[in-house]
Design a protein around this ligand. Structure first.
Ligand SMILES: Nc1nc2c(c(=O)[nH]1)N[C@H]1C(S)=C(S)[C@@H](COP(=O)(O)O)O[C@H]1N2
Ligand SMILES: [Mo]
Length: 252
């Protein structure tokens, strides 16, 4: 069977069973194809499973919309963040020369990259929309290194399924699956609207995941971990969001 008709069969099956005999049956079908999100248990689990499974089957390779320069929001809107820790201010005083992005877990060559190194890697810019779940949104031009480039450098092992990313704000950590991690629009971002990424917008380093809601674009990232399971991270739901009542998968 070619991949398209296989996809049609699976999504058709998912939708039909969701209508006919409830979400639980769709969930068992999704489980058979390995499409269970880490927060797929509990009361809202079946809904999360249906969303994630259907999106992965239909939009795995789709692109977030990109805009024209004239559509960039002036001024852009920065959500407020909690006070930054002392460690952040010390790094900022040193012009972020000692900022590191460490990469570990299921990789052949764990590494720690400085901003200077990251800025020397191939760059991509994109003008995309950042939407907060609470209704705010803006369009900006983001510049950074595709996460896929960094993952290729460190050599992810074949069993890798997720990338966990952490901020210097320890409450903020998220993860994405390999489809989003390797997606060309997922950028380790160090620039915005033609300059360095401002602190209010997550500078010096932010993961931009334009195919998902704003909360997946974590500011001040310091640490990436490649893993085949999210069970050992936090409460095992994949990220901080489901611990606070938001979906792990926030595709838009
Ligand atoms: N470290 C960190 N990352 C964060 C946040 C935060 O408070 N701290 N807020 C998140 C939320 S809820 C949203 S909607 C976006 C807001 O991005 P903006 O300030 O560029 O609008 O950043 C996300 N990343
Ligand atoms: Mo948000």
């Amino acid at each position: 069977m070619n991949p398209i008709s296989r996809r049609r069969l699976i999504t058709g099956g998912l939708a039909a069973t969701a209508g006919a005999s409830g979400l639980a049956v769709a969930a068992s079908l999704a489980r058979r194809y390995g499409l269970i999100p880490p927060d797929g248990g509990g009361l809202y689990g079946p809904g999360e499973i249906l969303t994630y499974a259907a999106q992965r089957l239909l939009t795995r390779h789709s692109m977030a919309r990109e805009f024209q320069r004239t559509q960039i929001s002036k001024p852009p809107f920065a959500n407020e963040v909690a006070p930054l820790p002392g460690a952040f201010h010390r790094l900022q005083t040193g012009g972020f020369a000692d900022w590191r992005l460490s990469v570990d877990g299921m990789v052949a060559r764990p590494a720690a990259f400085s901003l200077e190194q990251l800025k020397g890697f191939p760059r991509r810019t994109q003008i995309t929309h950042l939407a907060c779940e609470e209704g705010w949104s803006y369009i900006a031009e983001w510049m950074g290194v595709p996460l896929s480039h960094i993952l290729n450098l460190v050599g992810t092992l074949p069993q890798a399924r997720y990338v966990v990313y952490r901020s210097i704000q320890s409450d903020w950590w998220e993860s994405i699956d390999m489809a989003d991690a390797l997606h060309p629009q997922t950028l380790v971002t160090h620039g915005m609207n033609g300059g360095d990424l401002p602190v209010a917008f997550g500078g010096p380093l932010r993961l931009r995941v334009p195919r998902q809601l704003g909360y997946k674009s974590v500011k001040y990232i310091t640490h990436l971990t490649v893993t085949d399971s999210l069970k050992a991270f936090g409460k095992g739901l994949g990220s901080a969001s489901p611990e606070g009542g938001y979906a792990w998968y926030a595709g838009i």
